[in-house]
Ligand binder design. Structure first.
Ligand code: ADP
Ligand code: MG
Length: 152
């Protein structure tokens, strides 16, 4: 499924609509270059997952993972500064992938082996100063049905 965004606010809104249909155990991998909008999209996911709108979702670049509480726990990871699977293991990041939490991962290509099967892949591309294309895919048929039903 492909969506077009014309502003950061629209990207938040698409993220929010995705967040609304996420449930415990879902993992969202966000691909796209620096400045494409991964962190803005995550702000939207947070709103959809029920994180208090007053709580600001910021890039976790300096902490690798931030934790928020909504309908369930939301972990926001940024793997930009990690460069090997052993870094991931030593940071204990694999523990965050469990059936109780939603995990959003920026720079998932740093650790393709860590992603569970059926994860949700969002690819953001820069089309212009304020235009982005967002493509949402998954191998999980249950998720795909929810996505189609949600007229996202
Ligand atoms: N349509 C859009 N969607 C998302 N961000 C946009 C859009 N148009 C412009 N921007 C800007 O692009 C930047 C995206 O930043 P950020 O979400 O931190 O990117 P990333 O996490 O991918 O590095 C922000 O400065 C934002 O205001
Ligand atoms: Mg970011």
């Amino acid at each position: 499924m492909k969506y077009l965004s014309n502003s950061d606010i629209e990207t938040v809104d698409i993220g929010k609509r995705l967040g609304l249909i996420l449930s415990r155990g879902d993992v969202v991998a966000l691909s796209g270059v620096l400045g494409s909008g991964k962190t803005w999209f995550t702000k939207g996911i947070g709103l959809g997952v029920g994180v208090d709108p007053d709580e600001v979702i910021v890039s976790p670049s300096f902490s690798i993972v931030n934790e928020y509480e909504g309908r369930c726990l939301l972990y926001h990871m940024d793997l930009y500064r990690l460069d090997s699977y052993s870094d991931i293991i030593s940071a204990g990041l694999d523990d965050y992938f469990n059936d109780q939490s939603v995990v959003v991962v920026e720079w998932p290509e740093r650790c393709p082996d860590m992603l569970p099967s059926g994860y949700i892949n969002v690819r953001i591309e820069i089309l212009g100063e304020n235009e982005r294309s967002l493509e949402i895919n998954s191998d999980d048929p249950d998720f795909l049905k929810k996505l189609t039903d949600s007229i996202l």
